[in-house]
Ligand binder design. Structure first.
Ligand SMILES: Cc1ncc(COP(=O)(O)O)c(C=O)c1O
Length: 429
C-alpha cells in the first residue's frame, strides 16, 4: 500500500509486526509493503482507518455474498447477541440452519457444524477414512482444503506423485498418505486410481479451483471423478467451502449436476462469521460421534452467533435468488478486462464461473495449477496496485478469485469497469 495514502495503516502494521507473525493472523492478508487496516465496512465498501474507501471484490475471500453488514444479518445478530453468545447446549438457530442445509444441499441428510473450512475438510477426511478403512487420500494440485496436515501437500514435477509436505512441521508420514494429481487431468487421475486401487479411499476436490484464481472444471472432469468412485469403496468429497451457496443455492453439486458422497461447507454458510460444516447421507453421517464412533467435537460448533448469521444469509438468498445478478456483475467486469487486453494487444485470459473470476496475464489458457504458475505474476501485481489506486479492492494474489455480492451497484460496476481498463494498460500496455 502507498504510505502516503495509508499512513495510519502503516503505523498500525508496524505495531502488528511486533506482536503477530508477519503482522497478520493469516498469511494471505500480508500485502506488500503492508496491508491496510479496515475501520468499518458496509455494503460493497471497505472504509480504512486512513479514511480511504474501496469497492470490495475480495469480500473476505468469499463469504460476504450479501456484502458487508447486510441489514437483515445485522438485525438478526443484534437480537441474538443480547440473548447470549454461547450456551454449550443446543440452540434453535443451529437446528434451523441444519434443516436449511439439508433442504438446499443435494445428498446431505445430516450435517455437523464446525468453526472453519479447515475443520470441515479435516473432519470429512477422517470420516471418509473411517468409512472406507483406507488411509490414502487423493487431492488435486493447487486445491486448497485448509491448513491441516493431510492436505498441505502439493505435487512435485511428476504428473502425479506421493506428496511431500508443503510446510515444515507436517510429518512425512502424514504427507505420504496424500497423493496429488493435476486438476482437470482425467488420464493421470484414472491411471493413478487404477494403479493404487487398493489404497486410495478418498478423493477430495474443489469443484471449481478457486485457490488458483478461478479454474473451471472441464466438462468431463468431475464426471470422471464420480465414475471412478462409483461402484468402489472410494468416497468423493466436494470441498464446497467457496462454491457452496455461491454457484447456486445447492452449490457445485447442483450447478454441475454431479453428486458427491460428502460435502464440506464454510464461508457463505456463516454469513460473514466463522463457520464450517460437513455433511452427507445418513449412512455416512451416522458414523459421526455421538451417534457413531468417528470423533468430532468443538466448544463453538453450531454456536448461536454463526448459525444466526448463516440462517439470515441463506434466508435472503432463498428469497431473492440473486444468482443472475451476481453473475451479470462478474460478466461485465470480466468482459471489460478481456476488451482491455484486446485493445492493448496483450496476451491474457479471463476465467469465470458465475460470480467468481480471475485474469491471468501472459498466458492464453488456464486449465490447471501449472498454467496459473506460468502466468505473469508481476503484471498481476501492477494490475492490483493500479486497481487499489482507483479505489477497487481485490485479493492481492493471482491465486485468489474476484467475488461479486448483491451489494455491488451499477455504479460500482462502472467504476470497476473503468478501473480495470486503466489497470490492464498499466499492467501490460
Ligand atoms: C476451498 C477451501 N477449502 C477450505 C478452506 C479453509 O477454510 P478456512 O479458512 O475457513 O479454514 C478454504 C479457505 O479459503 C477454501 O477456499
Amino acid at each position: 500500500m502507498d504510505p502516503e495514502r495509508f499512513p495510519k495503516s502503516k503505523e498500525l502494521f508496524e505495531r502488528a509486526e511486533r506482536v503477530m507473525p508477519g503482522g497478520v493472523s493469516s498469511p494471505v492478508r500480508r500485502v506488500e509493503p503492508f496491508p491496510f487496516f479496515v475501520d468499518r465496512a458496509e455494503g460493497s465498501r471497505l472504509y480504512t482507518v486512513d479514511g480511504e474507501v474501496l469497492i470490495d471484490f475480495c469480500l473476505a475471500f468469499g463469504p460476504l455474498i450479501l456484502g458487508h453488514a447486510h441489514p437483515e444479518v445485522v438485525e438478526a445478530l443484534k437480537e441474538r447477541v443480547e440473548a447470549g453468545t454461547a450456551y454449550g447446549t443446543p440452540c434453535v438457530p443451529e437446528l434451523e440452519l441444519a434443516e436449511t442445509v439439508v433442504d438446499l444441499v443435494p445428498n446431505v441428510e445430516k450435517v455437523r457444524f464446525v468453526n472453519t473450512g479447515t475443520e470441515a475438510t479435516a473432519s470429512a477426511i477422517r470420516l471418509a477414512r473411517a468409512v472406507t478403512g483406507k488411509d490414502v487420500i487423493l487431492k488435486f494440485e493447487g486445491c486448497y482444503h485448509g491448513a491441516h496436515d493431510a492436505v498441505l501437500v502439493k505435487a512435485g514435477s511428476g504428473a502425479s506423485e506421493i506428496g511431500a509436505p508443503d510446510s515444515p512441521g507436517v510429518p512425512e508420514a502424514v504427507a505420504r498418505n496424500t497423493v496429488v494429481v493435476p486438476f482437470n487431468d482425467v488420464e493421470t487421475f484414472v491411471e493413478t486410481v487404477e494403479s493404487m486401487d487398493e489404497e486410495i479411499g478418498t478423493v477430495i476436490v474443489e469443484p471449481v479451483l478457486g485457490n488458483a484464481g478461478c479454474v473451471p472444471p472441464d466438462p468431463d472432469f468431475l464426471k470422471a471423478l464420480r465414475e471412478y468412485c462409483d461402484g468402489t469403496d472410494r468416497l468423493l468429497i466436494f470441498d464446497e467451502v467457496i462454491t457452496g451457496f455461491r454457484l447456486s443455492l445447492g452449490g457445485a453439486q447442483e450447478y454441475f449436476g454431479i453428486d458427491a458422497d460428502l460435502v464440506c461447507l464454510g464461508k457463505v454458510l456463516g454469513g460473514g462469521t466463522p463457520i464450517g460444516a460437513f455433511g452427507g447421507p445418513e449412512e455416512y453421517m451416522s458414523e459421526v460421534a455421538p451417534e457413531g464412533k468417528v470423533y468430532q467435537a468443538g466448544t463453538f460448533n453450531g454456536n448461536p452467533l454463526s448459525t444466526t448469521a448463516g440462517l439470515a444469509t441463506l434466508r435472503v438468498l432463498k428469497r431473492e435468488e440473486p444468482y443472475d445478478r451476481l453473475s451479470d456483475v462478474a460478466r461485465r467486469i470480466a468482459g471489460a478486462i478481456e476488451d482491455a487486453l484486446e485493445d492493448v494487444g496483450a496476451v491474457g485470459v479471463v476465467n469465470r464461473v458465475e460470480s467468481m473470476f480471475q485474469v491471468y496475464f501472459g498466458v492464453e489458457e488456464v486449465r490447471d495449477y501449472s498454467d496459473v504458475n506460468a502466468a505473469d505474476h508481476d503484471a498481476f501485481k501492477r494490475f492490483h496496485r493500479a486497481l487499489v489506486e482507483r479505489g477497487v479492492w481485490i485479493a492481492g494474489s493471482n491465486f485468489e478469485s474476484w467475488f461479486t455480492c448483491t451489494a455491488h451497484s451499477d455504479e460500482d460496476v462502472e467504476v470497476a469497469e473503468e478501473a480495470v481498463v486503466e489497470a490492464v494498460r498499466e499492467a501490460v500496455g
